[in-house]
Design a protein around this ligand. Structure first.
Ligand code: CP
Length: 310
């Protein structure tokens, strides 16, 4: 396979296994590039990309911007908080105004699930979903799988547990799609109130006992409790959550094997993981962030090559 089967990256749900393999092979090349003294290639000199962030971000926004600049694309950044969205301008009007300035590609984070899908049907540009509400975060799942592949050799056959607030997590859903597509075994673990009932229909098992989940897995991906997406209390207290679902060094050291610990960030230190875990050699959290640049370079390059002769 030499090109992606899709024209937009709206979710892992729309990808084939071969798309992921192509993205990873391309990311391998770009990872080598960004470790050179001169980290830039001229591949996207004639491509203009708009980064539209309607929701807060640190890692994803900076990682996309770096990826675009390292490919020599022209980049414009848009933050809803300081835009005419505040005066009532619609999403389609906002994007069409930006596109009229000859923009080729849009990277968008939006609080509404399906915002990227909606946009892809109404505007003439390639859309990359940088996180849409509690729906999908495809580039996060790609960089997570890429980091597992880098650490453990391959994703197929690996046992991955996703721990925490599954209900509100776009990272969980995209990771489940990506891991299953590549042949990993997946369990989710957390309070039953934070595990959606449909989850087993995705080929995922539920384990509510953290110790059993950790004894089973090769990789634990620890998710943040997303208080900002909650309008009710899903568990009695943060203290009880930490006791039942928080990972600390003592529990990791008591296992008879060394598992890989991941976290998409931002971390609530002392809640889903303690600092001694987050900062330990078992955690690959900063590798995930570093790999995000190469993986996003690959996604942007492969999508751009479908709209331009690169
Ligand atoms: N992992 C992630 O999406 O982080 P940001 O919200 O900081 O982009």
């Amino acid at each position: 396979m030499s090109e992606l089967s899709v024209d937009h990256l709206l979710g892992i749900k729309y990808l084939k296994k071969e798309d992921i393999e192509l993205i990873f092979q391309t990311a391998d090349h770009f990872k080598e590039v960004i470790n050179r003294p001169i980290k830039k290639v001229p591949s996207l000199r004639d491509v203009t990309i708009a980064n539209l962030f309607f929701e807060n971000s640190t890692r994803t926004r900076l990682s996309f911007e770096l990826a675009e600049k390292r490919l020599s694309a022209d980049v414009v950044n848009f933050s809803a908080a300081s835009s005419s969205v505040k005066k009532g301008e619609t999403l389609i009007d906002t994007v069409n105004n930006i596109l009229s300035m000859k923009v080729d590609m849009v990277v968008m984070r939006h609080p509404n699930p399906g915002a990227g899908i909606f946009l892809s049907k109404h505007v003439n540009a390639s859309i990359i979903n940088a996180g849409d509400g509690a729906h999908e975060h495809p580039t996060q799942a790609l960089l997570d799988s890429y980091s597992i592949r880098e650490k453990l050799g391959e994703v197929a056959g690996k046992k991955v547990v996703i721990v925490g607030d599954i209900l509100h997590s776009r990272v969980a859903l995209s990771n489940i799609f990506a891991l299953k597509l590549q042949g990993a075994e997946v369990k989710v673990c957390g309070p039953t109130t934070l595990i959606p009932k449909y989850i087993t229909s995705l080929g995922v098992e539920v384990e509510t006992n953290l110790r059993k989940a950790l004894e089973w897995c090769d990789v634990a991906n620890m998710l943040r409790v997303q208080h900002e997406r909650m309008d009710i209390s899903y568990f009695p207290s943060t203290r009880e959550y930490v006791q039942l679902f928080g990972v600390n060094k003592a529990i990791l050291d008591s296992l008879d094997k060394e598992i890989v610990v991941m976290h998409p960030g931002p971390i609530n230190r002392g809640v889903e993981i303690t600092s001694d875990v987050a900062d330990s050699d078992q955690a690959i959290i900063l590798d995930q962030v570093q790999n995000g640049v190469a993986v996003r370079m690959a996604v942007i390059y492969l999508l751009a090559s479908k709209i331009k002769q690169l």
